[in-house]
Design a binder for this molecule. Structure first.
Ligand code: SAH
Length: 302
């Protein structure tokens, strides 16, 4: 029986590559840098200052198993969802007989049912599925509250999630995440930390669930539709954007074209609290998060 202490990220990746080629199409950039791996595991422990031991953790896309190994060393209960047959065969072989609590789920993380009772999620997330995975994390969290989510993603995508660069990063992605999470940018991770190397820098981020006063009883569905609609063309003025009815409006309960048109006609003629005159001439990336919340509340008033 292989001992967990005998394994290292480098060895795991060598064993994987002895048999298989990493697949670009699945975003297989395998994390080899022990410093980054240790730091990621530490973030998962630190984010609520409780040890990982016995805690149910979901890893999305374990690949050769570098992060999985770190989690098992912390004695957490690891569920890992992997889509790739080759990675599954490798992980099965390596971790089957290891002394650790590990459950491998073969499937697409976007469509398989996630195990219940997960407290944390960790993932070196493939770029191709970053956005839909975030939606799925949001849905899971609303039914099954998470303690924290630690992700390694493209640096530019991380800035958009955190809206860290003002207007440039402002958009529906960050605005909608803001409703439920604090997005904390951590270490930048250089391409040389991966095999094979990606073309761009990556970033570790922590998603920390929050209950915000401003979003209590807010219909997030309508917020999502308004923000997506207004950023569909970020060079237009707010007045032009709002005057058009969002295409998916009828999916929100009690909403229809004429209710929207009447409401918007009123709103465009006054300054809601927190808005200066001339606000309707602004472009959508000039409004603050708080203003979007106010706007959503104004639109939703009976
Ligand atoms: N966690 C590993 C591997 C990261 S590479 C490490 O850090 O080294 C991304 C992994 O996600 C690959 O193993 C890839 O096969 C897997 N993956 C890609 N799309 C997926 C999907 N839809 N569902 C589950 N896993 C997926």
């Amino acid at each position: 029986m292989t001992q967990i202490e005998d394994l290292s990220p480098r060895l795991l990746i060598d064993l994987f590559r002895d048999r298989f080629h990493p697949k670009k199409s699945l975003g297989q950039h395998l994390l080899v840098d022990s410093e980054v791996i240790d730091h990621t595991i530490k973030l998962a422990c630190k984010s609520d200052n409780k040890p990982l031991e016995g805690k149910k953790i979901l890893e999305i896309g374990p690949g050769a198993g570098s992060l999985t190994l770190g989690l098992l060393k912390e004695k957490s209960k690891v569920f890992a969802i992997e889509i790739d047959d080759d990675a599954i065969s490798h992980l099965d072989r390596i971790f089957k007989n290891i002394d650790g609590d590990f459950e491998l789920i073969h499937g697409d993380a976007l469509s398989v049912k996630w195990p219940e009772g997960i407290k944390k999620i960790i993932s070196n997330i493939p770029y191709q599925i970053s956005s839909p995975i975030l939606s799925k994390i949001g849905q899971y969290h609303s039914q099954n509250p998470l303690e924290s989510i630690i992700l390694l993603i493209q640096d530019e995508f991380a800035s958009r999630m955190a809206m860290s660069d003002g207007e440039y990063d402002m958009g529906p992605l960050g605005l909608n995440l803001w409703l439920d999470f604090n997005i904390i940018l951590d270490k930048k991770v250089h391409p040389s930390s991966f095999i094979p190397q990606p073309k761009v820098n990556s970033r570790l981020i922590i998603m920390e669930p929050v209950n915000r006063e401003e979003t209590k009883e807010l219909d997030k569905n309508l917020f999502r539709i308004i923000t997506k609609h207004c950023f569909s063309n970020r060079r237009r003025k707010i007045s032009t954007l709002l005057s058009k009815v969002p295409s998916r409006l009828s999916r929100v309960r009690n909403w229809h074209k004429s209710r929207w048109k009447n409401k918007i006609k009123n709103i465009l003629n006054y300054n809601p609290p927190g808005f200066d005159s001339g606000w309707t001439d602004l472009r959508p990336d000039r409004l603050t998060v708080q203003q979007w919340i106010i706007l959503r509340k104004e639109i939703g008033k009976p």
